[in-house]
Design a protein around this ligand. Structure first.
Ligand code: G3P
Ligand code: CA
Length: 243
């Protein structure tokens, strides 16, 4: 078994409010070696980390991120929905996460959430932010919007990209190559060991989401995936420690 990158999905989101600094910090404490996060853009162009296009589910405010100014987005309570003890948690900026990751040598998987809402210039903005921290070799950009990944690869071919998909791709590695991506960010329903091996022969890696069952983590490691994206990084960390 090879080792894998232990990506905490939206941080340690099984036990902490997703996409908040406490979820990211705790993930690293629990043994994550990577953080997966979702980026959206405010009305005035700030890059903020929140999964949904709308603020409602995690803050209670019935508005789109894209129609709200950063000053308001950044002061919202993004923790109480999960548990009252997290009432002080806020929606972070991409910069806040990159600072933490740089300090702790953690890989960051930035998912561009531009499938439903269009964010003109999102790719360039994310890339310039990553470059300003000199973290091109510590980041992988993924998206379900594959046009967007082509744009990322055009702007910054040195930053790796990953094709997000649920299922149904024929010869996924070939498709990844056609987009210029070096990784397949596959749903756990879309992984067969022989495909992982075939992709590896063509230098395309698999990072698989969202895997919370330790037995499935072990199977995927045996299949040779490069990364596992989980809500419970402590479970994967325990496997990697041989417990
Ligand atoms: O990046 C893997 C996974 O996060 C994609 O789905 O909906 O959790 O953003 P979602
Ligand atoms: Ca995501």
């Amino acid at each position: 078994m090879t080792t894998v990158v232990n990506y905490a999905h939206r941080g340690a989101s099984g036990n902490y409010p997703e996409n908040t600094m406490i979820a990211f910090e705790q993930a690293i404490t629990l043994g994550a070696t990577g953080i997966e996060t979702d980026v959206q853009m405010t009305k005035d162009g700030r890059l903020v980390l929140i999964h949904d296009e709308k603020l409602r589910r995690t803050t209670g405010v019935n508005a789109l991120v894209a129609e709200t100014l950063a000053d308001e987005v950044l002061q919202l309570d993004a923790g109480s929905w999960f548990s009252p003890e997290f009432k002080d948690a806020r929606i972070p900026t991409l910069e806040q996460l990159l600072e933490l990751a740089k300090r702790t040598h953690t890989i960051v998987n930035i998912e561009l959430k531009n499938g439903i809402v269009e964010y003109p210039g999102l790719e360039r903005k994310v890339i310039e932010t990553v470059q300003s921290y000199r973290m091109s070799d510590q980041v992988i950009i993924s998206s379900f919007n594959h046009y967007s990944l082509i744009e990322c690869n055009r702007i910054a071919p040195e930053i790796p990209t990953g094709i997000l998909y649920m299922e149904g791709l024929y010869r996924p590695w070939k498709y990844a190559k056609s987009v210029g991506a070096s990784a397949l960010h596959a749903s756990r329903y879309a992984v067969l060991p022989e495909w992982v091996a075939e992709a590896a022969q063509h230098d395309v890696i698999y990072n698989v989401f969202t895997v919370n069952d330790p037995a499935e983590m072990k199977r995927l490691m045996q299949a040779g995936v490069a990364g596992i994206i989980t809500d419970y990084p402590e479970r994967l960390a325990a496997i990697l420690r041989g417990q």
